[in-house]
Design a protein around this ligand. Structure first.
Ligand code: SF4
Length: 653
């Protein structure tokens, strides 16, 4: 029987230069899939308790998905995992592009690095041979330059590169890892781990065939899914999305969103389709989470109308195996900068650099997008850190003496750009801020932590838990804190898992808005289902946006069976998701993570409630939600420690 996984990993000891292959047993795949599950299984065992995330004992894994390269759709994402230097917890991040199949084509489901190299190196894999090469020629270069130089050196047109930019080299705790010239696996600060290990890049040029058990079945299912992907009525002007958001805000009920609508918007505009809609509905935090659509009105947000982005788009692109293609390359309109093009900015980037800072200058966002992508610094964390610094400045905790003369006021575009440049270079005030808001607040003192919006050190994404308490819960309870891609009430509605798993609740077409804010069993069940499902998705390499089509249109469970020859039910796959989640939680317990430290800043939870805006008067009953979620998983409600019985039930040794 042919399997969709390669059955091997590569272990690289950067300290000794030792490189060896290891075989992974079928049991591991059957119980943990690939991707994040494979990484969790290995790293739980291999990273010693209390390991310094920037020290030699931390292990950084680059893993491909179980379904990557099998002919299934939306399954081309790779993940990087290790102990996060930003949070001290389990850390992972994922990214699209074309790097995920490149890992498998080298014959591996994952490549893992331990130790610290005495000098900058990169890993080169070709024709079954893996070697560490001198990276002196690219150390100091940004991610785009590095990729171009290493691709030329590889002399292989099919080679793919993942690398760090200046942020990772400078061991900025908000550094990510770039592939496809500026797409970033941004969260958890894992670029700093690469920098600390003096590992500049991976260059992969393998040619191995990726198999699957039943290609005919995969194709049959793919054709059915394509009917939904292709359905694309003409959509109106982008600015109308703001009115849609306004209507959603004013409508007394909550419509259970069908992901087909989002799919259509993604296909036309990309994630920026949500820019103004999210501001109006109360999903996007404004002015460091202290403002609302009243502060960043439709007039002020007009420059980030989604049409502005596609008007600059010169090329659309797709990730590996994606039929939708939400990505694009845009012209940078400001001719006074050193760059002419950038990846189409993502929703998270645009809002972290606009509404969060009251910055109305869209040209600065294109430019900062390119600067941060080249530095491979997380745009969410960078924007959140600038918002923190502005609020400290506005409240006299930082003065122009501390900021090298920068007037850090809301919407001061010049100061925002100058500050981010300093953060990338770790220069002056930028050195203080380059490790994110938690570290900066600790160093500044004087009550600065009041303005630091993070969960366990990770800056919060651009989705407001006061609008959708599901986000607040996942930020507070996931083993990787502050993560917006693991679940929310909106995601639950779009996944439509109840069509595959009869025990899960069907929210109906419209439900009461008030019911969203009740910390009842319904929220626990939905959040747990999202977490379990997203671990399956991240084990296979699935893009979250593919999952938004709904599991009745995107046959993920059926594809796993067809690719591997297994005959598991959706319930059995959800149990695998639960196993991965519990093992990641056990990782945090092993490393002594204080469960209280995962709790985000009270402001983000409506404590105290806002006095104006879409989220006026709302607060999230987070303690009950978190306790119920943990108990649902068979973890202790207060400490988060998985019970021995639960570990036994899930077969976790
Ligand atoms: S939907 Fe967008 S991010 Fe997801 S796989 Fe397709 S192109 Fe990549």
């Amino acid at each position: 029987m042919k399997k969709s996984y390669m059955g091997k990993i590569l272990m690289v000891d950067l300290g000794t230069g030792d490189i060896r292959e290891e075989t992974i047993s079928n049991d591991v795949y059957e119980n943990y899939l690939g991707g994040v599950g494979l990484a969790a299984r290995l790293l739980y065992d291999l990273i010693p308790a209390g390991a310094d995330p920037l020290g030699p004992d931390n292990i950084l894994g680059f893993v491909s998905g179980l379904l990557t390269g099998t002919g299934t759709l939306f399954t081309g994402r790779w993940m990087v995992a290790g102990k996060s230097p930003l949070t001290g917890t389990w850390g992972d991040a994922n990214c699209g592009g074309n790097f995920s199949p490149a890992i498998k084509r080298c014959g591996y489901d994952g490549i893992f690095f331990t130790g610290i190299s005495p000098k900058p190196v990169y890993l080169f894999v070709k024709n079954g041979k893996a070697e560490l090469k001198d990276a002196a020629g690219v150390w100091g270069k940004d991610a785009v330059e590095t990729e171009e130089i290493l691709l030329a050196e590889s002399n292989d047109k099919k080679a793919k590169v993942a690398c760090i930019g200046q942020a990772g080299e400078n061991i900025s705790l908000i550094a990510g890892i770039s592939n496809d010239k500026g797409r970033i696996a941004a969260r958890s600060g894992l670029g700093a781990v690469m920098g600390a290990k003096r590992l500049k890049a991976l260059v992969l040029a393998g040619r191995e065939v990726i198999h699957s058990n039943d290609r005919k079945e995969i194709k049959k299912l793919r054709l059915k899914t394509m009917v939904f992907v292709k359905a694309q009525p003409p959509l109106n002007k982008g600015f109308l999305n703001a009115y849609l958001g306004k209507a959603m805000r004013m409508f007394p009920g909550q419509v259970a969103l069908d992901g087909m609508l989002y799919k259509m918007m993604l296909k036309k505009w990309g994630t920026v389709s949500m820019n103004q809609l999210s501001i109006e509905v109360g999903d996007s935090p404004i002015m460091n989470w202290d403002g609302s659509h009243n502060d960043f009105t439709g007039r002020k947000s007009a420059p980030i109308n989604p049409d502005v982005f596609i008007d600059c788009e010169v090329k659309k692109y797709h990730c590996a195996s994606c039929p939708l293609g939400c990505g694009g390359i845009c012209n940078i309109r400001d001719k006074n900068t050193e760059y002419t093009e950038t990846h189409k900015p993502e929703y998270e980037t645009v809002l972290a650099l606009s509404g969060l800072l009251l910055n109305e200058d869209v040209d600065s966002i294109f430019y900062l997008n390119e600067l941060l992508n080249r530095a491979a610094m997380d745009t969410i964390s960078a924007g959140a850190t600038v918002a923190f610094a502005i609020e400290c400045f506005e409240n006299g905790i930082l003065t122009s003496k501390d900021t090298d003369g920068l007037e850090l006021t809301w919407g001061n575009t010049k100061a925002i750009v100058a500050l981010i440049k300093k953060m990338i270079k770790r220069e002056g005030i930028g050195d203080l801020l380059a490790d994110g808001v938690k570290v900066a607040a600790e160093k500044i003192g004087n009550g600065a932590d009041k303005y630091a919006m993070h969960a366990c050190g990770q800056e919060l994404p651009m989705h407001d838990g006061r609008n959708d308490p599901g986000f607040a819960l996942h930020y507070s309870v996931e083993p990787t804190p502050g993560r917006h891609t693991m679940g929310s009430l909106m995601y639950y509605d779009m996944f439509q898992l109840w069509k595959k798993i009869k025990s899960l609740p069907n929210p109906g077409i419209v439900y009461s808005k008030n019911s969203k804010y009740k910390a009842d069993e319904d929220k626990t069940v939905k959040a747990a289902a999202c977490s379990k499902f997203m671990n399956v998705a991240n084990g296979t390499g699935l893009c979250l946006f593919g999952a938004f089509l709904g599991l009745h249109r995107l046959p993920l469970f059926e594809w796993i069976n067809a690719a591997t020859g297994w005959e598991k039910t959706p319930e059995e796959y959800m149990e695998i998701g639960e196993r991965i989640q519990t093992l990641k939680q056990a990782f945090n317990v092993k490393h002594g993570v204080d469960p209280e430290s995962l709790m985000p800043n009270g402001r983000t939870l409506g404590m105290p409630p806002m006095k104006k805006g879409a989220n006026k008067g709302r607060s999230v009953d987070i303690n009950k939600l978190v306790k119920d979620y943990r108990e649902h998983f068979g973890w202790d409600g207060y400490t988060g420690k998985p019970t021995v019985k639960k570990l036994d039930d899930l077969g976790i040794e």
